[in-house]
Design a protein. Structure first.
Length: 170
């Protein structure tokens, strides 16, 4: 009895594990998720400052400067979330991983802030209000990591545009 060893022509062609549709949907969902998280945080930030703005009159100058600085940093962070979400949606057909890396960093920061806020609320009020925010941020973090692990397939040599851009269809 002999063992049949297939020739290379008999073997099935190797299929890359990269799925362009999943990659595009993943980039879009990451961008939309960042925009939604940024919008939700903007709403809660606005509500928080509107409800406590009358307390600014009771603060001295140093505390007012600290509060205004904290507000400015929150607004810049929200702008970064929204801009990164838009960037991921606009650049979803590209091969650059920079938007995904920035989304990963911002998601990790947002998750850290949500955990800190939850622990603070738990210690001060005895209730845990931000469980949904933590879960959304964990989902965004997982999505960014999943997209970074996907490797775009470089096509066979041909025109420059084809070899550089895996989503190019003539």
């Amino acid at each position: 009895m002999s063992l049949h060893i297939p020739s290379p022509g008999e073997l099935p062609a190797a299929k890359p594990d990269f799925d362009a549709d999943k990659y595009l949907k993943g980039r879009r969902s990451l961008g939309v998720g960042l925009i939604v998280v940024g919008a939700i945080n903007a709403v809660f930030l606005t509500i928080g400052y509107v409800n406590s703005w009358h307390l600014m009159a009771t603060l001295d100058e140093t505390d007012k400067i600290i509060e205004i600085g904290a507000l400015a940093l929150n607004v810049l962070f929200l702008a970064a979330l929204l801009a990164c979400g838009i960037w991921n949606i606009v650049a979803r057909r590209g091969t650059s991983i920079a938007p995904i890396i920035i989304a990963l960093v911002l998601s990790a920061l947002t998750l850290t802030f949500a955990v800190i806020n939850s622990v603070d609320a738990l210690m001060s009020t005895g209730r845990m209000p931000a469980v949904a925010a933590i879960l959304i941020n964990v989902a965004l973090l997982i999505q960014a990591i999943r997209l970074l692990r996907m490797k775009p397939v470089v096509t066979t040599p041909g025109p420059v545009r084809e070899s550089v851009h895996p989503f190019y269809t003539p």
